[in-house]
Design a protein around this ligand. Structure first.
Ligand code: 5GP
Length: 185
């Protein structure tokens, strides 16, 4: 009976680590190797998911970079004009901070200049941008305080396709609310 159950599970779910573990256990094999198999299979699946997500992000970043400097508005212009709704964390006349739609941490807020003024990416910064760059950093600190992560947070700027920048309107990622790893990927 146990063998029959195992066969059905194997037939239906042969590709999953979870069921591979169930099959081994039901055949009377030691639970310890089963759990190792279970973990190994799931870990490799998680790795594959991460690898595939990374691949998607890299492809999206490469595609976005093609039109980086054509002056076209980005999705952030629609967020600034409130045409696209966002959860605003902080706003003044120069800076807007809103929650990232695809957060990578319990707190993940984007801080952007309201006027792009050529700042499609940090690599385009000129001396005249010094003031707004300072304001963006200070806004990141305000966001960290508002979000309750002042004692530990990370500020990230992805610049260009090799850093996976996907929106060509300068933005700071403010991340926190969990232990950050170092070095970053
Ligand atoms: P990048 O990859 O360029 O460094 O970061 C762009 C960020 O913008 C990404 O983390 C992405 O999740 C975020 N994003 C893209 N579209 C939207 C949107 O429509 N709303 C919000 N809130 N975030 C967005």
């Amino acid at each position: 009976m146990a063998a029959h159950t195992s066969f059905s599970l194997l037939r239906n779910y042969t590709t999953t680590g979870r069921i591979a573990a169930t099959v081994r256990t039901s055949l009377g094999l030691s639970a310890y190797p089963s759990s190792i198999n279970f973990l190994t299979a799931n870990r490799s699946r998680r790795y594959l998911c991460r690898a595939s997500a990374t691949h998607d992000e890299e492809a999206a970043a490469k595609a976005a970079a093609i039109n980086a400097d054509n002056g076209a508005p980005t999705i952030f212009d629609k967020i600034i004009s409130k045409e696209i709704p966002s959860t605003i964390v902080y706003e003044d006349d120069k800076v807007l901070a809103f929650k990232d739609i695809n957060p990578h941490a319990p707190v993940h807020v984007l801080v952007i200049p309201k006027f792009r003024d050529g700042l499609t990416q940090l690599g385009k910064a000129e001396q005249r941008h010094g003031e707004i760059l300072g304001q963006l950093l200070y806004a990141a600190r305000i966001v960290a305080e508002k979000e309750g992560i002042l004692e530990g947070f990370r500020v990230v700027i992805n610049n260009g396709p090799s850093a996976c920048q996907s929106v060509y309107h300068l933005h700071l990622h403010v991340l926190g609310g969990r232990q950050m790893q170092w070095p970053p990927g």
